[in-house]
Design a protein around this ligand. Structure first.
Ligand code: AHR
Length: 856
């Protein structure tokens, strides 16, 4: 009402009021708030930030983890009871061609052959090499790199390889980098040695042209046998001279992240305990780093290893966060684990890792760091104990490990995997300084979650949001997702006394070799761009205030009308469960229905026919290979009943038969289409896959959900304690009146909730002490502009000018691309006519940051 009065008082037509009080300073924003998270996924490292241009350069690409086996073309993990579920999950995932160890290489020449062998290994850690047999004169061996080798005119490159020749192989051979026009950009002739041992060949050259589709071609003009290994082509020019691909590293540096989380992610945990990342195998000479077959389905050479990560942190002024395995492998996969009495090695590994990063050079691992070229300590600040481990086995290990590592390094911040802010299982006996929560959601969930942290207790721990992104319903990413992330981030910033650090995930994607649907930065062999979400991250990072100012965004009353078609659907969770419905009336009259899927008329009611198993599609719609077999059952015919007519306020009545327990159903109102409606859901308990159907009454709950673009948002829970027997008919009625939805079952009122439409406009305000500017961030994800009266209280003087940094585009589906890398990127403009009370119109589909000088 107050807002409405104020708006009426304005000369211009404003829709919203934003008040900011610079003397009200509820939160000091932590320096470290916005960081980044690097994991070897989507070839972020190999084929990414590590600029090796030869694909499968060491012929190790296809080695599966030592304790996994191949079953046809599936990699199968060790069959052990999962640490969290107690049963064998039989995790497996599809593996390309198990016989093709020479992936990336092709050979031509009459009967010329190649095969990957382990005879006379060049390095114990990387035992494979390529044996090339040339029976007739001449063979040509080609590698096309990561979808083309990109060379730049005038740039220097370092080319090297190891070769050993059978004495029968007498002739010299050439190595050439052949451009897309067939001309060589570099070519050199080498002579084999005849002693039969490995010889390293080195060359430095300057490219004659720019071409991103170059091939490396070896020409063997002789007969006989040679073995090739560790073929490398690296640019001379790298980020700060420390080896990393310049354009990718610079794109990360431009985010000005306050910390970097490394190395994962699931790869910390591994498919099995053997498959976990072992940091000691990721430092020193790359030839002696064994790497790991990554659970994302490829060989991770660990070329971007622990030391490289720490160096990168230092190079860009970020703190380091190292994530360690705590004796548990990935729960979603096998859930392998070490017993408590087997944790000694794991604990020592953690202590050694910290010593390597910050220990004095007189210590064993500090000396190793110095040997590797860095006597000074690195900026290690955080250690996370595990990645996404949950349950009592995790807590037991955390309780045991935390006191030991904290006592040794009291200044390090140790982070637990507990992922539900506001709660803490009683079994945590060791202190929890900080917990790590992960959110992969659809846009609507983030809009609905902006206030998640507002009222959570402040005295339990700090919260780290280690992984978050909109990755459902947005394809490979778009402005819709980016703005929803921005909305969520306003909630984080406002609550940064609790949520003190956060990092988007995943960070990098080689678009030619990707596993994950939505990633922040996309690149190919020769180009890189940040998606719209990247610019959201950058805008928040570059405009982090020192303190949050008390501020309120008052929007016009939303339209709470509940009107539309009515509907009915089943939500059964067991193959033998089913629901029948009859005697349907809406305000006393039997509606006419459209039935989709396998719903059929039966007697005076309806029955659902054949249903499909929709489980394994983890909401947000991401399919993790191997999970389908183990996921809880969720069945649907893909159809439902929908009235032909639309209704406003109404009473819906029907009798529902629970043929079996584990049958759930929902009554739908305000139906616009099958992805947008309000549902009164009578929820069956989830029956675990494979579990026998129990008999007798089961505990049901009733909730009211707002379904927006296929995303289920809770409006309220009416009960969690309803006992339903199988084989019984129940009378259900759902009422819609004045924006409220109520439910009655068998004559008993279950409860009611008010309908609140999903809000898509948010704001957060703060102050930058150094520049003396108010920073106002506003997300407007609506199609209409938002004219807003902004009142700045608590400043001595407010400048008449300022600047607006605006990220927006014509459609929520827009995003950047290789062709248009700047399509959705921020535009900065000067703004005038400011005071302590002014109007600004926020563009449709936008994130806007206003910076206004104001003296305090
Ligand atoms: O970011 C991708 C994966 O998502 C991470 O490896 C894991 O922690 C999460 O499940």
């Amino acid at each position: 009402m107050a807002a409405a009065a104020l708006m009426c008082g304005c000369a211009d037509k404003t829709e919203a009021l934003l008040t900011v009080d610079l003397q009200d300073r509820p939160v000091n924003v932590p320096q470290d708030l916005w960081g980044i998270f690097f994991e070897e996924i989507n070839h972020a490292g190999d084929g990414g930030i590590w600029p090796e241009m030869i694909y499968n350069m060491g012929f190790e690409e296809k080695d599966i983890p030592t304790d996994c086996t191949l079953d046809g073309n599936d990699v199968v993990g060790p069959r052990k009871p999962n640490y969290a579920y107690g049963t064998v999950r039989d995790y497996r995932f599809h593996y390309f061609d198990p016989n093709d160890q020479s992936i990336g290489w092709t050979i031509e020449g009459q009967n010329a052959a190649m095969r990957v062998v382990t005879t006379k290994p060049l390095s114990e850690a990387n035992p494979h090499s390529l044996e090339i047999t040339v029976p007739y004169w001449g063979a040509k061996l080609t590698n096309e790199g990561w979808n083309g080798i990109p060379l730049k005119e005038g740039e220097e490159y370092n080319f090297s390889f190891f070769l050993r020749a059978d004495p029968s192989f007498t002739s010299s051979f050439t190595a050439a980098l052949v451009g897309s026009d067939g001309k060589s950009l570099y070519e050199e002739t080498f002579s084999p040695s005849f002693h039969g041992d490995w010889v390293k060949y080195d060359a430095k050259f300057t490219s004659k042209a720019t071409d991103s589709k170059v091939k490396l071609v070896f020409n063997f003009e002789s007969t006989g046998k040679v073995w090739l290994d560790y073929v490398s082509l690296l640019p001379e020019k790298t980020f700060k001279g420390h080896g990393l691909r310049e354009d990718i590293a610079q794109t990360l540096a431009d985010l000005k992240p306050s910390f970097i989380r490394w190395p994962g992610g699931c790869i910390v945990e591994g498919m099995s305990m053997e498959n976990r990342i072992k940091w000691k195998e990721t430092i020193g000479d790359r030839l002696d780093r064994p790497g790991q077959f990554d659970l994302w389905g490829y060989h991770n050479s660990c070329a971007f290893g622990y030391h490289d990560f720490l160096q990168f942190c230092e190079d860009i002024g970020a703190s380091a966060m190292y994530v360690v395995n705590i004796g548990l492998s990935c729960m979603v996969r096998n859930g392998d684990y070490y017993e408590m009495n087997e944790l000694g090695g794991i604990i020592q590994d953690i202590l050694d890792a910290i010593e390597y990063a910050i220990g004095d050079t007189s210590t064993k691992w500090g000396a190793e760091r110095a040997k590797n070229g860095h006597p000074d300590p690195f900026p290690l600040k955080y250690i996370e104990l595990g990645n996404e481990n949950v349950g009592e086995r995790y807590i037991e290990r955390y309780n045991y490990v935390y006191p030991i590592v904290k006592a040794a390094y009291p200044d390090i911040i140790f982070i637990s995997n507990h992922g539900t802010p506001g709660t803490l299982p009683e079994t945590y006996t060791a202190p929890t300084e900080m917990i790590d929560a992960h959110y992969y959601v659809n846009p609507e969930t983030f809009y609905n979650t902006v206030h998640l942290f507002d009222n959570l207790p402040r005295d339990m721990y700090k919260v780290y949001i280690g992984e978050y992104a909109v990755n459902a319903g947005v394809g490979s990413g778009n402005l819709d997702g980016a703005l929803a992330e921005a909305a969520f981030m306003t909630g984080i910033e406002k609550n940064s006394d609790l949520v003190s650090i956060a990092s988007y995930a995943p960070l990098l994607e080689n678009t030619d070799f990707a596993q994950w649907p939505t990633n922040l930065i996309r690149f190919k062999n020769d180009r890189v761009f940040g998606r719209s979400s990247y610019f959201v991250q950058k805008m928040f990072s570059e405009n982090r205030p020192d303190f949050i100012a008390g501020s309120e965004l008052t929007l016009p009353e939303p339209d709470r009308t509940v009107a539309g078609k009515v509907g009915f659907a089943s939500t059964v969770s067991a193959p033998d469960a089913s629901i029948q419905v009859k005697g349907f009336t809406v305000s006393g009259k039997a509606p006419e229905w459209d039935a989709t899927g396998s719903w059929k008329v039966e007697g005076d009611g309806f029955r659902e026919g054949e249903r499909k198993d929709l489980s394994g599609l983890r909401d947000p719609g991401l399919y993790i290979p191997g999970t389908l077999k183990n996921a809880p059952v969720q069945l649907s015919s893909g159809g439902w009943l929908s009235s032909k007519e639309s209704y406003g306020d109404c009473d819906i009545k029907a009798s529902v038969l629970w043929e079996k327990v584990f049958s759930g159903c929902e009554f739908r109102v305000a139906v616009k289409d099958d992805a947008n409606y309000i549902a009164v859901a009578i929820n069956a308990p989830r029956r675990p896959r494979g579990a026998a159907a129990p008999t007798g009454p089961q505990r049901y709950s009733v909730s009211v959900n707002n379904m927006v673009n296929g995303c289920r948002l809770a409006l309220g829970t009416l009960t969690t304690d309803l006992a339903f027997d199988e084989g019984a008919w129940h009378d259900v009625s759902v009422g819609v009146k004045d924006g409220e939805i109520s439910c009655t079952i068998d004559g008993k009122e279950i409860g009611k909730v008010a309908y609140t439409p999903l809000e898509r406009r948010f704001a957060v305000s703060g102050y930058d002490n150094e520049t003396g500017e108010v920073i106002v961030k506003v997300v407007n994800s609506e199609a209409a502009p938002m004219a807003t009266r902004i009142q700045l209280a608590g400043a001595k003087e407010v400048s008449k000018t300022g600047k607006a940094i605006v990220l927006s585009s014509g459609s929520l589906k827009d995003d950047n691309s290789f062709e248009e890398p700047g399509k959705v990127s921020p535009i900065e403009t000067d703004i005038k006519g400011l005071s302590d009370d002014f109007t600004y119109t926020f563009e449709p589909y936008s994130l806007t940051i206003l910076r206004i000088k104001a003296s305090l």
